[in-house]
Design a protein around this ligand. Structure first.
Ligand code: ZN
Length: 235
């Protein structure tokens, strides 16, 4: 899987998804009347990584790899659009503190670092990218969870509506408050959502998630939803 993306090789697809983003943003009925006090910054969190691969599919596909790929595509599209971004990670390696020895300690240190990055970024709007997993193969679909800070529920509703309408119209999953056990969502004091893009345990979802074009669409719809959200938040 590629680590970085140049605009060139996927330019035709980028043009198509950018048109989709424009359509999404135009759908927003909000009228921008004033710039927000602090310019928004899209903080993109590729879930897991380093010592923590996250969930894994039956064929060995790692959640952390798919998360990173979608995150890098979202970053590339956002920059192409001119949106400011911050990444919690840009590769598979994570620099852990020297006193973090066990995987549990490394995970905790990593979560603290990600929350610190989001909370220390003025204007942060956090989008955390994950893949779901379940013991049975049948559960499928996209679901967006939200943190407790202002705006989180609104962004989650926008993203859930857009992702369902554009990528999986039969999806019945609804935006929902994140479980209190999800450290990042609980402790981020900015607008924050966590997107479960699909189930690695479902063959249909897995097949889609292994397709670069589909991951590009995921990134485009997430960017469109973010742009809709910040447009509305500025009014
Ligand atoms: Zn995850």
């Amino acid at each position: 899987m590629k680590k970085r993306f140049s605009i060139r090789w996927w330019y035709p697809l980028a043009a198509a998804v950018l048109l989709a983003i424009v359509a999404l943003v135009r759908q927003s009925t909000a009228v921008q009347t004033a710039a927000p006090a602090v310019p928004p910054v899209l903080v993109i969190d590729a879930g897991h990584g380093g010592a923590d691969g996250g969930a894994s599919a039956a064929d060995g596909t790692l959640e952390s790899d798919i998360n990173l790929d979608v995150a890098l595509r979202l970053e590339a599209l956002a920059r192409f659009w001119g949106a400011e971004t911050v990444m919690t990670r840009t590769g598979q390696d994570i620099a852990y503190p020297s006193d973090a020895d066990t995987i549990a300690e490394k995970k905790i240190a990593d979560q603290h670092a990600r929350v610190g990055l989001a909370n220390n970024t003025p204007g942060a709007v956090l989008v955390s990218i994950h893949q779901n997993n379940y013991p049975a193969a049948s559960p499928h679909g996209i679901q967006v969870f939200y943190g407790s800070a202002a705006g989180s529920g609104e962004l989650a509703e926008l993203a859930q509506t857009n992702l369902t309408a554009l990528l999986c119209p039969d999806n019945r999953r609804m935006a929902a408050a994140a479980d209190k056990g999800i450290y990042l969502m609980k402790n981020a004091n900015c607008t924050a959502v966590l997107v479960e893009c699909g189930f690695l345990s479902n063959p249909g979802d897995l097949e889609k998630l292994q397709d670069g074009g589909y991951r590009m669409k995921l990134a485009a719809v997430l960017l469109g939803s973010y742009l809709q959200y910040i447009r509305g938040a500025a009014t």
